[in-house]
Ligand binder design. Structure first.
Ligand code: M6R
Length: 616
């Protein structure tokens, strides 16, 4: 949840840290702080509650004596409220050591009691300060930061990334991770640590993964990684395939606006290079082996939030194309009920960040139970892909706004590619049918660009509804997860009551919510679809309209049957049923963003949230 950056080299560390924190602020924005070892070997810190801007302004008004080694932190509060005292860094060894932490130290009460008994006092209510004091004490014994950190990490329970600096070792930053993200950026005469590559992509594209329970020591000219037993390990390196500019607003009013505009590209880039001779070719999946693919008798999709809705859309497609039963489960509910898994179960996790703790733990559990695991992920070097047997990357580019948008359409695209690959491999899709579906998927980016053009009208509607206190969303079949996604966006961005329903469920209860003036978005299936769903949803619209609802229909071009029944119709291009969600969701993303903007809210950093939920 928190953003972490570390630097050692020749540049101004304050500049590197603030730049890195700016790009990591989406991970948490309750407070921020830095610790720098200055040119005189003195350690200084500055930290403030509130957004990063408060810290940066203060550092401009009253600069720290700068140096070339430092650590920085942007916080999403867990233990202790968002106050100056609870902001990181925390200090140990009488102010000579500074430490930052992401995660939760579950046994902090016992450790704190021990430290209090030993005469320590605490300056904050955080669990993190325990680690600062312990590493500080250990440094006093060994005089070496790596040794000190190693002696402490095995005493900590829970999830953590820790970075520390000590004024007695001015050119060293030490990091450690367990179930929480940390990557290394490799430079020339300088090295970096970050919660993700955004922390250092401005300076280097050359990166290195750190595994679970590993510890890294960076100096300007060296990087050493050991496991928690102290045994050296050789981590994998990788090249970051996007530029710092991809994580900048680039003239847009918000990251969210920019990322919505990138939805066509997110779909296109996720398909590129994965279609040969009109058929899907995912070596990542075929590498699992033909015998494995043919023996899969169940797919279980695990994910949270928006990623779970992408998984729900994927369920319909995989079942239809590959004829394998698919269940979708919220990752946090999964491992606490002894789920039934077998080696023939393919567990597919979906995560934009690749760091969501609930999803990570579910993947680990599934592996322990003998299931095959495949992750769909947007972030290189992230933990979930590393913990899975196979990974299909989405190529949406960095997603900075807390509300997920372009990642959603990229996730659906990736899971469709997986469904098509499975259908091809198992012979449940004829090559002709598969080619037709692939061609239609490839046509989606252009259609998405058309949908983006409806943005102005949606903005008008959103501004007109700025005082609305409740909005409902209805959909059926693949339109149902789209309804859930529309509602989630409104909740997290505009802080109003919003709910998504399966349209068929209405008369089983939710229709009682309808009163005059209630706004209801309805995702209308295509009238060209041979199923009778279009007629059924139009009947649902009539039922709610008869009770006073104001209906905004999202319907395909040429659907005239819906016109008499809707107060407003937002048009999407013609597409067969499975491809409608990719188009219908865009107006809902725009609506969520515009309604929040109309209320004067921060659409990129909604209250109480963080982009990447790395605690359970
Ligand atoms: O990084 P992940 O895809 O694993 O994140 C999952 C959810 O936390 C995320 O989709 C969340 O629901 C978004 N804020 C929704 O916009």
């Amino acid at each position: 949840m928190c953003g972490i950056v570390g630097y050692v080299g020749t540049r101004s560390s304050v500049e590197v840290l603030l730049g890195g924190l700016k790009r990591l602020e989406y991970r948490g924005y309750d407070s921020a702080g830095v610790a720098v070892i200055d040119d005189h070997g003195h350690l200084d810190t500055r930290k403030h509650a509130g957004k990063l801007g408060i810290l940066s302004d203060d550092l401009v008004a009253t600069p720290l004596t700068d140096g070339q080694t430092g650590i920085g932190h942007t916080r999403w509060a867990t233990h202790g409220g968002p106050t100056d005292e609870n902001a990181h860094p925390h200090l140990g060894d009488e102010g000579k050591l500074a430490l930052i932490h992401n995660g939760i130290i579950e046994n902090f009460s016992e450790l704190k009691a021990e430290l209090l008994a030993g005469g320590h006092t605490f300056a904050s209510q955080t669990d993190s300060e325990v680690a600062a004091l312990l590493v500080g004490d250990a440094f006093r014994e060994s005089g070496d930061l790596t040794t000190a950190m190693l002696s402490v990490v095995n005493r900590l329970e829970g999830a953590f990334t820790l970075l520390a600096v000590h004024s007695d070792q001015p050119n060293v930053v030490v990091g450690a991770r367990r179930n929480s993200p940390l990557v290394i950026g490799l430079g020339e005469g300088e090295n970096f640590l970050g919660s993700d590559v955004a922390a250092f992509v401005e300076y280097t594209h050359h990166a290195m993964e750190i595994g679970q329970d590993q510890l890294v020591t960076i100096r300007p000219d060296s990087v050493e990684v050991v496991d928690f037993e102290g045994t050296p390990v050789s981590p994998k390196t990788f090249e970051v395939n996007w530029d710092a500019s991809a994580a900048e607003k680039g003239g847009w009013s918000s990251f969210m606006a920019k990322e919505i505009s990138e939805e066509p590209e997110a779909v296109a880039k996720t398909i590129i290079g994965r279609v040969h001779d009109g058929l899907v070719d995912l070596p990542e999946v075929t590498a699992l082996g033909a015998d494995v693919l043919s023996s899969i008798d169940r797919v279980l999709i695990i994910a949270c939030g928006t990623a779970a809705y992408a998984g729900m859309v994927g369920k319909y497609a995989i079942e239809q194309w590959a004829r394998i039963p698919v269940d979708v489960e919220l990752a946090h509910e999964f491992r606490y009920r002894e789920p039934v898994l077998s080696p023939n179960t393919l567990v597919v996790s979906i995560s934009q960040s690749g760091e969501t703790m609930d999803t990570l733990m579910a993947v680990k559990y599934a592996r322990e139970q003998g299931a095959r695991t495949l992750s769909i992920c947007n972030t290189q070097g992230a933990t979930i892909p590393r913990e899975s047997d196979a990974v299909v990357y989405t190529h949406a580019g960095p997603e900075v706004a807390v509300a997920s948008t372009k990642a959603f359409v990229a996730q659906i695209t990736a899971i469709y590619l997986l469904g098509l690959q499975l259908g091809q491999a198992r012979g449940t899709l004829s090559p002709e049918r598969a080619r037709g579906l692939v061609a239609e998927l490839q046509s989606v980016p252009e259609k998405l660009s058309t949908v983006l053009a409806t943005g102005e009208r949606i903005k008008e509607l959103a501004h007109w509804m700025a005082d609305t206190r409740s909005v409902l969303f209805l959909g059926r079949h693949v339109g149902y997860p789209v309804a859930l996604e529309g509602a989630l966006k409104l909740k997290e961005l505009a802080y109003i009551h919003a709910e998504g329903f399966a349209a068929g469920e209405l008369k089983h209860g939710p229709i009682a919510l309808i009163e005059p003036g209630q706004v209801v978005f309805v995702i209308v299936p295509s009238p060209r679809d041979p199923s009778s769903l279009h007629a059924k949803v139009v009947s649902n619209i009539q039922e709610i309209r008869a009770r006073g609802a104001r209906v905004i229909a999202i319907a395909e071009e040429g659907d005239v049957a819906v016109l008499p029944h809707a107060d407003e119709v937002i048009r999407i291009p013609l597409a067969s049923p499975f491809f409608e969600p990719l188009l219908a969701v865009v107006p809902l993303h725009i609506f969520g963003m515009e309604l929040a903007a109309a209320k004067g809210l921060d659409v990129d950093q909604p209250r109480n949230l963080a982009k990447s939920v790395t605690v359970e």
